[in-house]
Design a protein around this ligand. Sequence first.
Ligand code: FE
Ligand code: FE
Length: 255
Amino acid sequence: MSDGHRDYSDAPKHVVEFYRENHREQTRAVALAKAEDFGSLSRREMGAWEALMELDQLVDESDPDIELGQLDHALQAAEAARAAGEPEWLVLTALVHDLGKVLCLFGEPQWAVVGDTFPLGCAFSEEIIFSEFFSENPDVEEVSFQGQFGVYEPGCGLASVTMSWGHDEYLARVLRDRLPEEALYVIRYHSFYSGHSADVYSHLFDDRDRAMMPWVRRFQAFDLYSKSPVAPSRSQLLDHYSALLERWLPGVLKW
Ligand code: FE
Ligand code: FE
């Protein structure tokens, strides 16, 4: 992109290799199996704050923009939303949006946790980053998965579309019933760049998607453009954000 973010034209080798592996491994069958497995939410019980602290050491290998830890990314995104005067639920969403990356702490490889997400069970759009690597994905051989609709009906809605598995889908499950619908939608689709930015999957959207997608687009500014290489001063922020988490997500969550 011309704004200096998400520029993959000379992405580091590890980013290219990440996407080669991600696009080869993320089949519809794999995504359904991961959703079933991790969707049981039976691995661990921990509060949102604890999860945030756990992510401190994790660096996202799919991101060409930054090598900051995920706690700093969370604080920066939340601060950007707060500075823009966004409603508290969106600031909270910015703070927690990547907590699903705790999947890495459960031993999951990065290809099954991070990176852009995309629909499975229909043709891969060329607008998906590094789409050339889908030639190694076994789903391109599955006849029923071809064409822009594949196994889906026009306008069926993303809720019935199997997305590639990762931290978005996982966290939306962990926090279901705990946050407003808009917040859960932003969390669930924030890595779906070909959908919310390139806008090449609107033939699968229903009325709910059309109503919610503007929030995902609005959220992008805080996720992407706040990726400054300078870490914010933590001590000033931790008290503020632990109180915010206590208000919105008190107690223990099942992971
Ligand atoms: Fe993310
Ligand atoms: Fe993020």
